[in-house]
Write a protein that binds this ligand. Structure first.
Ligand code: ASP
Length: 327
């Protein structure tokens, strides 16, 4: 397949004969390696996804995509870094549902979620699993709920800070149980999981892309999936839902999307969207996602305007849910 850079140059050359007659060279994209900002620590679910996407997007563009981890403040520090970057398509952001929850969680976000980005398309949807350290006295959710009610603030819930998926799930869990636990926030769920494995924290709610392996290895205890339907991926099949274990209506699923700074030229947005589409249609990528319980989005969610509308609706939806949870 012809690399995206040449196809874009040819398309522009054909569309702009008058300019090419003036000997203006057709714009080359990419001109150098792209940076894909992951707003969480390396080794976590967003980072793992980014590294897969970086390789495929790089192949589709005929260039290189380097992942940069900018963790902290639930991901919003990394988002701010991309909002301020030069809008030339060489700095991209992979972020999740935090794009829609952080406007309700941070009174002064240093960017405007809907106005400051070029939306490039959605990526996947990932359920979560509530896991606990292997040495917990509880082996099922009913016993865990009892233990948490007993321990209250002495029980430690790990998360990745306000706006992170783990924090959202943990917040809804505490709300559903009518409890407040002690929370410890990390720059991503990779370090949170490391501390759970070491027994320093008690529970963590995290995406299946980060929990499937330790569950299969038996190094963490799984208490329930966060979607109303059980999961079919072999590593996760057989896990009960939280919904079926008394948390009626518990439903958290995490989506990821790809972004560039506002002002990125439309032809570059088109090139990046096409590269994302080709990365997501790679059968090996789709299989790996499925094996980890994640679902790659359909074509209609890859449309940049559809992506922006979806995030606008999610900001409303989670705004209502988070206001209710804070009461
Ligand atoms: N997705 C984050 C990570 O990759 C963590 C989170 O959102 O909870 O670490």
């Amino acid at each position: 397949m012809m690399p995206m850079r040449r196809r874009l140059a040819i398309a522009l050359g054909a569309a702009l004969p008058a300019l090419s007659a003036l000997a203006t060279p057709a714009m080359a994209f990419p001109e150098r390696a792209l940076t894909l900002v992951v707003p969480f620590a390396a080794g976590g679910p967003t980072d793992k996804l980014a590294r897969e996407l970086a390789a495929s997007i790089g192949r589709a563009l005929g260039g290189t995509v380097v992942v940069e981890n900018v963790g902290g403040a639930g991901g919003t520090l990394g988002v701010a870094r991309v909002a301020r970057a030069r809008p030339d398509g060489h700095t991209l952001l992979l972020y999740h549902i935090g794009m829609a929850t952080s406007p309700s969680l941070y009174p002064k976000l240093p960017y405007d979620t809907l106005a400051d980005f070029a939306y490039l398309g959605m990526v996947n949807e990932v359920p979560m699993v509530l896991v606990g350290r292997r040495t917990l006295p509880a082996t099922d959710f009913t016993a865990l709920a009892r233990w948490l009610r007993d321990r209250k603030r002495r029980a430690v819930l790990a998360d990745a800070g306000p706006g992170a998926a783990s924090q959202l799930c943990g917040l809804l869990l505490q709300q559903s149980l009518g409890l407040r636990l002690t929370t410890v926030s990390y720059k991503g769920t990779a370090p949170a999981m490391a501390d759970l494995l070491a027994g320093h924290v008690d529970i963590l709610c995290d995406q299946t892309t980060n929990t499937a392996e330790p569950i299969a290895a038996g190094t963490v205890r799984a208490f329930g999936v966060t979607t109303p339907q059980p999961l079919s991926a072999p590593a996760l099949a057989g896990l009960p839902t939280l919904h079926a274990q008394g948390l009626t209506g518990f439903d958290v699923s995490i989506w990821h999307g790809l972004y560039a700074p506002r002002g990125t030229p439309p032809e570059v947005v088109r090139a990046l969207n096409a590269a994302l589409r080709s990365a997501l249609r790679d059968p090996a990528f789709v299989d790996r996602m499925q094996a980890l319980g994640a679902v790659v989005v359909d074509d209609d969610r890859l449309d940049p305007e559809g992506h922006r509308r979806f995030v606008a609706a999610e900001i409303e939806r989670w705004g209502r849910a988070l206001r209710a949870a804070a009461r």
